[in-house]
Design a protein around this ligand. Sequence first.
Ligand SMILES: Cc1cc2nc3c(=O)[nH]c(=O)nc-3n(C[C@H](O)[C@H](O)[C@H](O)COP(=O)(O)OP(=O)(O)OC[C@H]3O[C@@H](n4cnc5c(N)ncnc54)[C@H](O)[C@@H]3O)c2cc1C
Length: 463
Amino acid sequence: MRTYTREIDVESPTDVLVIGSGPSGLAAAVAAAREGMTVRLVEQYGYLGGNLTGALVGPCMTSFSLDGKTQLIRGIFDEFVRTMESLGGAVHPSHTVGGSPFAGFMTYGHEAVTPFDPEVAKRVALEMALDAGVELMLHSMMVDSVVENGRVAGAVVAHKGGMSFLPATVTVDASGDGDVAARARAEFRYGRESDGTVQPMTLFFRVRDVDDEAVAAYQAEHPEERFPFESLVEKAHRDGTYSLPRRGVQLFKTLEPGVWRVNTTRVTGVDGTDVHDLTRAEVEARRQVLDLLDFFRAELPGMGSSRLLDTAATIGVRETRRIVGTYEITLDDLVQARAFEDVVTVAGYPVDIHSPTSKDGPFDDDIPTTANVYEIPYGALVPAEVDGLLVAGRCISGTHEALAAIRVMPPAFALGQAAGTAAAQAARGGIAPRDVDVRALQERLLEAGAYLGERLARDRSML
Ligand SMILES: Cc1cc2nc3c(=O)[nH]c(=O)nc-3n(C[C@H](O)[C@H](O)[C@H](O)COP(=O)(O)OP(=O)(O)OC[C@H]3O[C@@H](n4cnc5c(N)ncnc54)[C@H](O)[C@@H]3O)c2cc1C
């Protein structure tokens, strides 16, 4: 164990420790606690949800197959959405297909997204975690991992009272950035293969007092536009009045009339694991918000009287470390719909790369289309060498291109549920996560409402 020169508190041990409370960490903690484990969930902010709440990211992209016909992400994600819906704080993805008020700009071609209210998400996340018996440790930043004989034995957090060691039988790294794994010296990859660059950061903000009908009318008159207000942005580019490297204004209608989320600021060349880059990115993105507001009011139909409602508490980081697992998912796996014996999640969201360098973003045109339904194996959650640890969400094992598809929030929920359930099985059995009986894990996930695809269902029926 690493020796600290100053005293730190040692908290009581738990079966499972989850670092980060975004979609993946929340689902991991709830799943492990429902398996009867003692679970501690650590979060640096004062609320749960990660990008879902703090970064104002939304809607949840599709949880359905690419053709919009089958709901793939179920389990804890579906429960979360249905609870939000019952409180008037979400629209279930099955209701956001063509013709709904949330089609069009809401989806730019993708069906079955989930619009939701971030404050309702905060409430439901908290209630689900507390109801499951999860012990929360908010306002705590994980700063180190403790490794004993190649096994993560817990993590060290920093908080207002100093520092604490949180011992655990199994730790789930749901930090998005793979912080626990990296501190445990697990191997990771960073950036795309060609030049090591990562996707840009974006600070979400919301505008109010938008004339929804005027925006909808503009959209109806311009069915050829792939990005909202594309031709107006193009003109502004030519006139030199719009400097952001984007083809349009990425806008998402919310549940509140006149209120839209804006996913348009863009800061490239910054590393989300470097505090100086994060600082620079926040400063730059907050300046961009002001420029965009001026542009909206001056140029965009329906936006003449729009005002800033809020900016996210933190800039959104799309990509940092990808922890090398016992299996690394590739784009080819998603395109070919490769079958994995250890499938723990199925998803259908296509590759969505916001170019790290191109001024023409947000989408690279030369990426092949992913399969209608593709599988994600358990091996992508198991670090190749370090034991006692699972990764979930944005930092799982995959290439830059593959991660650009599976990084969105619905798969993050499903991966978290899988990691939390596996962590419980490992802790209960006194075994390493890599030795978990995958068939038993799949059975538990299915019993808990997850969906693992038709292929697995067929294979099981033949057993
Ligand atoms: C700009 C942007 C736009 C996006 N748009 C969409 C979209 O429209 N729809 C969609 O579905 N997905 C979208 N995504 C993707 C999605 O938001 C993320 O990939 C997803 O939230 C990943 O979930 P996660 O649980 O892995 O991580 P996160 O949601 O990032 O959660 C990680 C959590 O861990 C906490 N944490 C991190 N490090 C530490 C630490 N050391 N100690 C303590 N706590 C820590 C963080 O505070 C956070 O709460 C977008 C992402 C970005 C950045």
